[in-house]
Design a protein around this ligand. Structure first.
Ligand SMILES: Cc1ncc(COP(=O)(O)O)c(C=O)c1O
Length: 375
């Protein structure tokens, strides 16, 4: 029987591969594959959710008024510089759609957030992927790939999946080098976890660069992944047009109220982020002591550059009840979770190492790498 004709890209684009166990909130241990907050929502947020839940026979506020007002106060900027979306993912999709004239190209580093290629393909934008150097954005190489066809440049900072941050001075120089007609999106989904010299946000630079938008999310540090809320900040003239590319009513009532409540409880939430950062140091130090060359992370996850051994290590962890994110032939990303879940991961990693298996892409090529799907 014949099926309807759909765009050919839907036959080739990769479907998103969620990690095992992600949809079962009761699953223990919790997966370390989705960079979620291990903390349940604070009571004040649960109360806001319950209150908002009692009104869902009505459509949400399409302009996200109270949330945008709260964000504007929070960042000390005008409301017309903010657009809210159903997760920063929805905003990223709007960005790709907003630049997708015939022949448009999008430049971004690789490996980076695995959804960028899918969004590019769906929008009909040609992706130009620029390899990372030493697990970090090669901004000079990226600048060299910008042409008059480039409509969008994405800098995922800190980068998912490697956890690394771009040098702030290099990033400023890069932004200054991008033609003002080309939109630049800095995806700061993990900004709150960044510490040290590479930590500053790009957000204040929006004032100098009308072609710059910065994306943030409530899914990570604010612990609202299940509600799907993110936002972007940019020049008011750009934001006005980007808002038109967002679906009306996309950000639901419960999400809007929860996000406002979360901003009101930011101090407590950021203390939890501090705990995650301390736990990140503990897990990384343990791995470094075991000989794993784990890059310094500015996020709530760590990166194991295992190259050809990544898929096997992902399967190895899964067999021990630990879901991690394996990128075949590249590396493995492991989220920072509760100390108990992290210890289970560390035990799996130590067992792998103690059996003589390689802890880096280059070392101990004693086993043949086996191609496998993402864990
Ligand atoms: C770099 C990056 N950007 C954006 C997102 C999407 O976040 P959201 O939950 O706000 O859609 C993620 C989620 O993992 C991410 O890693």
């Amino acid at each position: 029987m014949s099926t309807p004709s759909l765009r050919a890209v839907l036959d080739t684009v990769a479907a998103y591969q969620p990690a095992a166990g992600l949809h079962d909130p009761a699953a223990r241990p919790r997966p370390l594959s989705a960079n979620e907050s291990p903390h349940p929502p604070l009571p004040g947020i649960v109360e806001a959710i319950a209150r908002a839940g009692a009104t869902v026979n009505r459509y949400p506020d399409p302009g996200c008024g109270p949330l945008i007002r709260t964000l504007a106060r929070h960042h000390g900027i005008d409301e017309d510089r903010i657009a809210v979306g159903a997760g920063s993912l929805a905003l990223l999709q709007s960005l790709f759609q907003s630049v997708a004239d015939p022949g448009a190209e999008a430049v971004y580093a690789w490996p980076s957030f695995e959804v960028y290629p899918t969004l590019a393909a769906l929008a009909g934008v040609t992706p130009v992927q620029v390899p990372l150097t030493d697990e970090t954005h090669d901004l000079r190489a990226m600048a060299g790939r910008i042409t008059d066809r480039t409509r969008l440049v994405i800098v995922c900072n800190p980068n998912n999946p490697t956890g690394t941050g771009a040098d702030p001075a290099e990033l400023r120089a890069f932004l200054a080098s991008v033609p003002p007609t080309c939109l630049v999106a800095v995806d700061e989904a993990y900004h709150e976890y960044a510490r040290g010299p590479a930590a500053p946000s790009t957000l204040p630079l929006c004032a100098d660069h009308p072609n710059l938008v910065v994306l943030r999310t409530f899914s990570k540090a604010y612990g609202l992944a299940g509600l799907r809320t993110g936002y972007l900040v940019g020049d008011a003239r750009v934001v006005e047009r980007l808002r038109k590319a967002c679906l009306p009513y996309a950000v639901n009532t419960v999400a809007q109220h929860a996000a406002v409540a979360a901003l009101g409880l930011e101090e407590q939430l950021l203390r939890r982020v501090d705990e995650t950062v301390a736990e990140r140091t503990r897990v990384r130090d343990t791995l470094l002591r075991g000989g794993w060359p784990v890059p310094d992370s500015l996020t709530n996850f760590l990166w194991l550059p295992l190259g050809p051994f990544a898929a096997d290590f992902g399967t190895w962890c899964a067999d021990r009840g630990v879901a991690v994110r394996a990128f075949a032939d590249v590396g493995v990303r492991v989220s920072i979770g509760s100390a108990e879940d992290d210890d289970r991961f560390l035990a799996a990693a130590d067992e792998w190492r103690s059996t003589g298996r390689p802890v880096t892409a280059g070392a101990g090529q004693t086993q043949q790498p086996r191609k496998a799907a993402e864990a």
